[in-house]
Design a protein around this ligand. Sequence first.
Ligand SMILES: Cc1cc2nc3c(=O)[nH]c(=O)nc-3n(C[C@H](O)[C@H](O)[C@H](O)COP(=O)(O)OP(=O)(O)OC[C@H]3O[C@@H](n4cnc5c(N)ncnc54)[C@H](O)[C@@H]3O)c2cc1C
Ligand code: SF4
Ligand code: SF4
Ligand code: SF4
Length: 386
Amino acid sequence: MLDLPIVLFDDASECCGCGACSCICPQQAISMRADESGFVFPVIDEDKCVQCGLCTETCAFQTQAIPNELQEVYVASSAITDIRRSASGGIFAALAEQTLAAGGVVAGAALDFEGGNAIPRLVCIDDTATLDRILCSKYVQCDQDIDIYARVLDYLKQGRAVTFGGTPCQVAALRSFAYGYDERLLLVDVVCHGVPNSRFFNDYLKMRAHELDATVINYSFRDKRFGWSFIGRIDYIKDGKAQSAPINGLEESYYRLFLEAQTYRESCYQCPYASPLRPGDLSIGDFWGIREQHPELFDGTETVFDDDLGVSSLIVNTQKGKRYLEEHASDFNLRRSTYEKASTNNKQLLRPVERTHQREEILNAYHHGGYESVSQWFAETYKKVL
Ligand SMILES: Cc1cc2nc3c(=O)[nH]c(=O)nc-3n(C[C@H](O)[C@H](O)[C@H](O)COP(=O)(O)OP(=O)(O)OC[C@H]3O[C@@H](n4cnc5c(N)ncnc54)[C@H](O)[C@@H]3O)c2cc1C
Ligand code: SF4
Ligand code: SF4
Ligand code: SF4
């Protein structure tokens, strides 16, 4: 037992909002609450806290060493799934299919919609029919209903295999949470440059719904009908009819500000996982610049990779990851690459993004004038570059 009140972090940049501390607290003394810009942080109820210290011990973002053992790098795509369902080469879908076929459970990010509201959350699934729910990139923090770590641990204790795919900070959190029960846990981190929060996203969506005079029922950040790019799709109900429209990442305020790292959590600008020290057994990302880095794959002698549909970088960080890949090698298209090639057009593999000088201004506008003010700021500031 400790004598002093528990302090979870001194500065906002030290907390990634993973929620593992809240999930592990035996007294349910920690709730996740949004600050004035919508970013969630843990708050301790001193009346309930018995100062056991479990929360600070579990906090991977501040305390845990990264157990990297190897670093094999591949150009990769799935050989068993339709990669149009995924943001890049469909590696996570192939891993998930293998786990489900063996009777295991897969956990990842869903963007559910209820009454026009988006609910980004981490969920578990155990059948292929619902796999699409956790495929493809959602460019928003899964900061709702954070109890995934406890649910995954329950499955592991029942002897089920679990494959979890998430941002590196969530993966590190689960690694810490499930310590001692992780033999059947495969951890997959996505290359990540940062996240805005769900309240900010929902306020943007409300504005879009108002403009469309419709109820939004789905939002896809990457739609492969438009190629391997930052063009997505918004689905909505208008006049009783389901309709959809493309979303251009460079023109939509929320998306463009995301792509330019203007609206992330403070922790993202100092993220320890934006580096070669990866917390997953495997890391997956977009292999941007693939033609330049591997021209031999596009000279006509090879026809396996299609950069209109998406090509992944796959990094093997642990012996477990390597074993898993070897056991299922025929489910993937794999060609050897290097960390240097994978990171040349993907700086998040080397260092965190820089905090922009406009972030404060944008979030202040949001705090004081709501998303309308952000939208107005965007229109005025970006009109010259659009
Ligand atoms: C916020 C964010 C930022 C990213 N930034 C980069 C980048 O800078 N460079 C790069 O190469 N790749 C980045 N990616 C990853 C990339 O977009 C693909 O997700 C990745 O290449 C895997 O592709 P896939 O085709 O194998 O799987 P997909 O089917 O596209 O991805 C599914 C996996 O992504 C996870 N996922 C999706 N959204 C979220 C979320 N909001 N929170 C947690 N997990 C999520 C799912 O849980 C699942 O594990 C980012 C992804 C996210 C979510
Ligand atoms: S980083 Fe995660 S575990 Fe650590 S204090 Fe923040 S929410 Fe809690
Ligand atoms: S010290 Fe223990 S009881 Fe107090 S908030 Fe942390 S986990 Fe909960
Ligand atoms: S940049 Fe780091 S802290 Fe931010 S969401 Fe990604 S892994 Fe988490």
